[in-house]
Design a protein around this ligand. Structure first.
Ligand SMILES: Cc1ncc(COP(=O)(O)O)c(C=O)c1O
Length: 398
């Protein structure tokens, strides 16, 4: 078991070209588990800062609860429509606001799980130069892009393996720089994370390296599959996958851009970059009726099922990107409280949203030209669609 787990660990470091002298690979249940490890152990204190982009998954947004509990201040850097990118000068201004003698954590996704935007990896050095630790959420980036940790040096990198090669679920990794790891303060100890503890004396001694962060028994029956999966992906070549989804994604964007009603109005609108410049193959959009109103995303989901297409609707656990894409102001959100007894549909109405969110299509390792052709046939169903049936199910979450 130990040998197989350590082989998987070495394979992960190797895949990301991370030197074992600089990085350690800590196995977790998923990317969220990796983020939780950082959030709960980051030494936030009063006067410290947690800076993050609007465009973040809720598993990163949730780190603000750890920051708040320890008296640190959370600040969000906005992105701007229509590209849903962050202005570099604006980011610099936020990064410049840093307290000298404090712990400061900056978190952003390498690829947006909402719009597919690639946020620059150059931000890592810029943040380091100003005294920030950097948490690079690579969960949506690494399945189709090369992350080379010999060239960029973020402090913490969460990843979920099912996103890279489908199976196994329930295994992720936190890639952490050794010096950054030393600054973390775990809030508890458990089986596996210590060398020894007493009960008659309040004493325990931490296990070294990754073991200190791996609570309980690691997922040793599934971990060998990680090595196999990485070998499979490496055999195809992540650069090949990257080029492939780029070509298919360009085609998919063109399909959406070319979709027109008989009256000449567009039948779809894309949130984020409309071409394949500095983005991945995650595409957020809505279909539009001939009068320009948004086609209810629940109906889109129903049609997709009929076409055997799996897509997601809502805000994809990324409320910040959604707020910018749908131009929802802070005032609107503060004014429209989610009251008791309110359903999500009531709330969507109360804050005046045109729909329950966007529709997202993602391409990856397994996608081929046939998928994009099938997507085109599915999208064509929305041309000249004036209304949707009124038997749509209630919304349950975003
Ligand atoms: C950018 C990003 N971060 C974090 C996560 C969380 O990953 P998991 O649900 O596997 O923990 C996701 C999942 O979709 C994601 O896309």
């Amino acid at each position: 078991m130990t040998e197989l787990v350590e082989r998987a660990r070495a394979a992960v470091l190797d895949f990301f070209r991370a030197s074992p002298d600089e990085y350690v690979a800590i196995f977790t249940p998923n990317a969220t588990g990796a983020l939780r490890l950082v959030g709960e152990a980051y030494p936030f204190r009063a006067g410290d800062r947690f800076l993050l982009t609007f465009d973040n998954h809720n598993s990163v947004n949730g780190v603000r609860e750890f920051a708040r509990a320890r008296g640190a201040e959370t600040t969000y850097v906005p992105s701007a429509a229509p590209e849903l990118r962050v202005d570099d000068d604006l980011l610099d201004r936020y990064l410049d606001e840093v307290g000298g003698d404090h712990h400061n954590l900056f978190a952003y996704p390498a690829q947006s799980n909402f719009s597919g935007v690639h946020h620059p990896l150059e931000w890592i050095d810029r943040a380091h130069e100003r005294g920030w630790d950097v948490l690079l959420d690579a969960a949506a980036f690494v399945p189709t892009n090369r992350l080379d940790l010999s060239r960029v040096h973020p402090d913490f990198v969460p990843v979920s393996f099912y996103k890279l090669f489908g199976w196994p679920t329930g295994v992720g990794v936190l890639l952490a720089r050794l010096d950054a790891l030393e600054r973390l303060e775990r809030p508890w100890f458990s089986g596996g994370t210590i060398v020894a503890a007493f009960v008659q004396r309040d004493w325990h001694h931490d296990a070294p390296g990754a073991a200190h962060f791996e609570d309980g028994t690691v997922n040793f029956l599934n971990l060998p599959a990680v090595e196999i999966g990485l070998r499979h992906l490496g055999g195809i070549g992540i650069d090949t996958v990257h080029a492939r989804v780029g070509a298919l994604g360009t085609e998919l964007l063109e399909t959406l851009a070319g979709l027109r009603h008989a009256n000449g109005a567009p039948a779809a609108t894309v949130y984020g970059p409309r071409d394949f410049d500095r983005r991945g193959a995650t595409i957020a959009f809505n279909f539009l009726h001939p009068d320009g109103t948004i086609v209810d995303e629940r109906f889109v989901d129903r049609v997709a099922h009929r076409h055997k297409i799996s897509l997601r609707t809502g805000c994809f656990c990324n409320p910040g990107a959604g707020e910018v894409a749908f131009t929802i102001s802070r005032e609107t959100l503060v004014g429209g409280e989610f009251g008791t007894g309110m359903t999500l549909d009531d709330y969507v109405d109360a804050i005046g949203l045109p729909s329950g969110g966007a529709v997202r299509a993602s391409l990856g390792l397994a996608s081929n030209v046939g998928d994009v052709v099938r997507f085109g046939a599915f999208a064509a169903e929305f041309v000249d669609l004036a209304r949707v049936p009124d038997d749509l199910p209630p919304r349950t979450g975003c």
